[in-house]
Design a protein around this ligand. Structure first.
Ligand code: PLP
Length: 756
């Protein structure tokens, strides 16, 4: 059973609301504008819903119109206010020069301000009202600026943090200002008394789907006397304020929710909600030591908890919660390759790690108490799972298994741990500052000593985090790592090799991307297993050579040296991997990159290579992400091929002549929470995929290797990586376990069961 803790995004539809919607579709289906009996029945539903809304909002006067949702309400309010300003300007009046909105406002507000400001040709300044660490508006700032404002927009409660605005304080700060006042009431509806009759609020938009009504219905309150311009003109419905035949199913459903709210029987009281928040907070503290709450409880809606956990990314927490059947939201939007920090938390001035790692848990006033209890139980199970898989400290001292190669990725930048289980020693290559604590924890929990921390080059744009890692892992330093002096890249002075049991690392100078660029070659006995090549060669790209620390003329010869020492088919592990390709070889890259091919075949001299490379880099912007200047892509490397296999195709494959190899690429902590039952796949978390790629690529050509994960995203990466390694029968279960589970329910006779 899934536990839905994402009520600030949307809510399920209350049974009463469903019944009301069905009833107007089945029985009172008339058009409320018709004057016959069917129409009158619909009109009665409409009138009753509006009357209930007025009572709930404390809005006995003013206009209250039904809209499609809050975004439409916001447009209407902004259009109305700005049209009035424009009329004043057209009559020669001088206008207040700015429009103000809270810095943590939902994007619909500043975007609507900018849109209509430009479209109406007003060109007023659109300025964000700063907020403090507690998320509340800076009232002193507002008091000073409000006299020069034509419209002020401040939300009643924030959707990411739950922070409740000081509406009376804002009203006081606006006294004497010519500004109209818009209050986005979306997250406050049903949770706070807005008391619209009492407050000088001009516009207040609301949304049904945040309060157990369906999507596509909302309301806009407009104070008596506030300017109004319809957004939609037409048949004159809603007193000509909003034309178009009314969404009666939505209105009836919203009316039923508001009725339930009034009755006090369905929704929990503020005190009960605060108790539930305390229970969730206690479970979070038990599960994740060091968890921080990003908004003060005393100033926030009790139904919203915004948290960050030191050392755990939002992505990790979201995957973990999802595996436990807990549906929560990232406090920040995660783009394909880079997590965007939350602008709300940034505006509050929280430290960067908290704005990037934030996760939001939000529940609804009509959720059952038992649901919250189950949520607390699962949160604690999540903490246990992280402890059991070494992600956070555990009292259990038994050292865990260490894979030979583990890869960590932050915004496309790769860091590797090479570990030898027998000698319990490891080397970290290209540490990243975001990973310091995680890497130390990784080694501590496996009883692994840190033999060295190496960089493949000096990064130019940022200092190496190797000293920070050595400091964080001081208790883990191998004896020789304590005494040894090292060079700027971390290599022990006076040594030409680093031994890790049967493994051995040696280095190879590859100047080009930087003068000090170095490749580390990993041998097992006499066999060269892999080369860590930093940004010299990446999937689809060669490292840039236009930095002040670059050595462009040396780049071509370095590539030739690499080819001579490493060969065409040995695994290259890059410093950046923007397209989730994991590993490559010179043979693969020569096919994709003419420049590389040219220099390796001797068609290009060192000078010609440098000149062509400079030409490629001429108009390259400084970096894709300002944080990582080293590995900008010079060729698009994303494979277009389709690797997905549907659930039906998987069933067929399971009955085929050649038994497929099934691989679960989720991380340990997810698998622990939702094991895959009798299908018993091999478990190879994506972070350790590199170890298994050579083994799978040696399978018979017709043996399918089918990867799966939660959503199909990570398994597609694995399948593409294996195909690049030459095994064409590499597949990813489309839609992941989430859809497979749904499919299983619809085709139970098949006998296959993932117990998820
Ligand atoms: N305002 C706030 C505070 C919200 O949380 C949302 C929804 O996320 C909106 C506005 C937009 O509402 P709707 O989805 O009804 O357009």
């Amino acid at each position: 059973m899934e536990i839905y803790l994402d009520a600030n995004a949307t809510t399920p539809v209350l049974p009463q609301a469903r019944a009301a919607a069905l009833s107007v579709m089945a029985e009172a289906f008339g058009n409320p504008s018709s004057i016959h009996g069917s129409g009158l029945r619909a009109r009665a539903v409409l009138d009753e819903a509006r009357a209930t809304a007025r009572r709930v909002l404390g809005a006995s006067t003013g206009r209250l119109l039904f809209t499609s949702g809050a975004t439409e309400g916001i447009q209407t309010a902004v259009l109305s206010a700005l049209t009035a300003l424009r009329r004043r300007r057209d009559t020669g009046e001088s206008l207040p020069p700015q429009l103000l909105y809270g810095a943590t406002e939902h994007k619909a507000v500043p975007e609507a301000l900018k849109h209509w400001n430009a479209l109406l040709g007003l060109h007023l300044k659109v300025v964000a009202i700063p907020v403090g660490l507690d998320g509340r508006h800076d009232l002193a700032w507002l008091r000073e600026q409000a006299p020069q404002a034509g419209l002020v927009c401040t939300m009643a409660a924030n959707n990411e943090t739950g922070v409740i605005s000081d509406l009376d304080g804002i009203a006081e700060a606006l006294q004497g200002s010519p500004a109209l006042w818009l209050v986005d009431g979306v997250q406050a509806l049903g949770k706070l008394a807005l008391d619209l009759d009492r407050r000088p609020i001009d516009y207040a938009p609301f949304s049904g789907h945040k309060l157990y009504a369906p999507k596509g219905i909302g309301m806009l309150y407009v104070r008596d006397g506030a300017p109004f311009t319809p957004l939609i003109a037409g048949g004159g419905q809603e007193g000509a304020l909003r034309s178009g035949t009314e969404n009666m199913a939505g209105i009836a459903a919203l009316g039923a929710v508001l009725k339930a709210l009034e009755s006090g029987e369905v929704f929990a009281s503020a005190q009960r909600l605060a108790e539930r928040r305390e229970r969730l907070a206690a479970a979070l503290r038990d599960a994740f030591p060091g968890v921080v709450f990003n908004a003060p409880f005393a100033l926030s809606l009790p139904t919203t908890l915004n948290v960050s956990v030191p050392g755990l990314s939002a992505k990790l927490l979201l995957d973990l919660f999802d595996a436990a059947g807990l549906r929560v939201s990232g406090g920040s939007a995660c783009g394909a390759s880079r997590a965007q920090p939350s602008y709300v938390l940034e505006a509050m001035g929280l430290p960067a790690w908290r704005t990037a790692a934030a996760v939001r848990l939000s529940f609804g006033g009509a959720d059952a108490d038992t649901t919250l209890d189950e949520a607390c139980r699962r949160l604690r199970a999540c903490g246990e799972s992280l402890r059991a898989s070494c992600q956070i400290p555990s009292a259990d001292e038994a050292p865990r298994h260490a894979e030979r190669l583990t890869r960590f990725v932050v915004d496309g930048a790769c860091c590797y741990v090479v570990a030898d289980e027998a000698s319990r020693r490891a080397v970290v290559i290209d540490p990243l500052p975001e990973l310091t604590e995680r890497l130390a924890q990784w080694m501590r929990c496996r009883g692994i000593a840190l033999a060295a921390v190496l960089d493949t080059h000096s990064h130019g744009d940022h200092a190496s985090s190797a000293p920070a890692l050595r400091a964080a892992a001081k208790d883990l330093l191998a004896p020789e790592a304590q005494g040894h002096r090292v060079d700027a890249l971390g290599w022990p002075l006076d040594q030409d090799r680093l031994a890790l049991g049967a493994l051995r690392l040696s280095r190879l100078a590859t100047p080009g991307h930087t003068e000090d660029a170095t490749a580390y070659l990993l041998h097992e006995g006499e066999t060269l297993r892999a080369a860590f090549v930093g940004d010299t060669v990446m999937p689809g790209a060669l490292g840039r050579s236009d930095f002040t620390v670059s050595a462009p003329l040396a780049f071509g010869p370095s590539l030739k040296t690499l080819a001579e020492r490493v060969g065409a088919d040995v695994t290259l592990l890059p410093g950046h991997d923007y397209d989730d390709r994991f590993a490559t070889t010179l043979a693969i890259e020569s096919l994709a990159q003419p420049l590389l091919d040219g220099v390796l075949r001797g068609r290009l001299s060192a000078e010609a290579f440098a000149a062509e490379k400079a030409e490629l880099e001429r108009d390259l912007p400084p970096t894709e992400y300002q944080t990582m200047a080293c590995g900008a892509r010079v060729a698009c490397a994303r494979a277009a091929e389709r690797v997905e296999m549907s659930a039906a195709e998987l069933r067929t494959a399971l009955r085929g002549a050649v038994a497929p190899v099934l691989v679960d690429v989720r991380e340990d902590y997810e698998v622990r929470l939702s094991p895959t039952g009798e299908l018993a796949p091999e478990s190879v978390p994506l972070s350790t995929l590199l170890n298994a790629l050579p083994r799978w690529s040696a399978l018979p050509a017709d043996a399918p290797v089918i990867f799966f994960c939660r959503s199909g995203n990570r398994s597609a990466q694995a399948a593409k990586a294996l195909r690049r390694f030459g095994h064409a029968q590499a597949w990813s279960l489309e839609g992941g376990l989430a859809l497979w589970d749904a499919e299983k329910i619809s085709a139970p006779a098949d006998g296959l069961a993932f117990a998820i």
